[in-house]
Write a protein that binds this ligand. Sequence first.
Ligand code: GLU
Length: 285
Amino acid sequence: MITRFAPSPTGHLHLGHALAATVAYETARTLGGHMLLRMEDIDASRVREEYYDAIEEDLHWLGIDWQGTPVRQLERMPVYHQALAHLQEMDLVYPCFCTRKELQAMTTAPQQGDDAEAALYPGICRALSRNEREAKMCERPGYAWRLDVHKASKLLGDASFLDLRHGEIRIDANMLGDVVLARKDIGIAYHLAVVIDDAAQNITHVTRGDDLLSSTHVHVLLQHLLGLPQPLYLHHELVCDDQGKRLAKRYDALSLRSMREAGLCADQIMERLRPILDRNLSALP
Ligand code: GLU
C-alpha cells in the first residue's frame, strides 16, 4: 500500500498542500503502508532549487514523513519520451501547431453548449491531412502533441475507476478533450508524466484534490493505452478561503512558511485542517 504527495517546486507550500500531504500521509498510516514524495518539476522554467528544500522542510515541520529519496520528474524525461513515442507509433497522438493566442481566441469566443464543453480544444490540428501536418512540422520550430481522445477511447471501451469518496466513476474520456501530452515549451506534460510515475513508483492509492478529478478520466485512459496498472483514488475536498475561493499559489495564498514566521505552530495548522481531514478520511476502509 503506497501513496504519494506530488508537489511542484515552483513556490512555497500553502494550506492546500498541507491538506493534500496530510491526506496522503494519513491514508498510508491508516492502511498500513507508506508515502512517497515526488517533485513534479517538469516545468523547469518555473522551478527554483530553493523550493525543493523548502518543501521537505515544511513537511517535516508538519510532522509528515516519506520513504526514500524524493523522485524528481526532470530526471525522468527519457522515460516520458519513450511513452510518447509509443503513443505516436500507435497513431493516437497528433502534433498541434496552434499558438497560445489562437487557443485563447478559440476558447473564449462565444460558443453554444455549456462552458466546460466550449473550453475544450476544438481539434483544429487533428483534422490536418498528413501532407499539411508534415509541411507544418518542417516550417514551425515547436509544436505540442495532443491525445486523439476519440480514437483512443475506442480502444478503451467502457471503463471506470474507484474513488474511495466518490464511489465507482465511469470514464468519460472526452472530459478534458484532446489533452496535451507533450507541451511545446517543455516537451512533456503533466498527464503523461503522472501516470507513468504512479506506475513506476507502484502507487496503489492516489490521493489528491477534487480539482484533479476530471484529469483522472484521462489518466485511466492513458493507463489502458500504456498497459499500466490502475490505482485506487481518493479525491479530497479543497481548502477554501473565507470567501469560499480555492487556495492556490496564484492567488498569493499564505504560505506555511509565512504562517510559521508569524508565530503559528504546526498543531494550529492541523487544527484548522482537522474537520476536512476527518470528513474525507472517513472514506477509508
Ligand atoms: N503536482 C500536482 C499539484 O501540485 C499534483 C498532481 C497529482 O497529485 O496528481 O497540484
